[in-house]
Design a protein. Structure first.
Length: 130
């Protein structure tokens, strides 16, 4: 592997054969964060879209912190949601964690995620110059 697996205790353990993040180092440091869902570090699913969105973003924040990064280092965020009617709730949640950061972003409405109880999934990439 070209990078180092990153699975901090502050994020739920991977639910399969993958890492929650991969950190690479060289001229700078890249962090690729696996899709984060509304599950706490204890494995508890948050109830409702807004609560799951906060939990997913807390996981993104925890992954960034574990790599010595912050929201300002995000370069790309991809968000998957299962219910378009919940989108008005998403913006304020994202902004609570992004602050002034404005990474490139993609939003995709999907029929379902890997588990039927998941309502949102957020994946991200961050870069910190050396």
């Amino acid at each position: 592997m070209a990078g180092h697996p990153l699975n901090p205790a502050s994020v739920c353990a991977p639910l399969g054969p993958y890492s929650q993040g991969v950190l690479t180092e060289g001229a700078g440091r890249w962090l690729h964060i696996a899709g984060q869902v509304g599950v706490s570090s204890e494995g508890e699913l948050a109830q409702g879209f807004e609560a799951q969105a906060h939990a997913a973003w807390r996981n993104i924040q925890a992954m960034l912190e574990a790599a010595g990064m912050n929201a300002g280092d995000l370069v790309k965020v991809v968000t998957y949601v299962t219910d378009e009617s919940q989108l008005p709730l998403l913006g304020p949640v994202r902004m609570a964690y992004l602050g002034e950061a404005r990474p490139a972003a993609t939003l995709v409405v999907v029929r379902a995620l890997a588990r039927p109880q998941w309502l949102i999934e957020v994946e991200a990439s961050a870069y910190k110059p050396a």
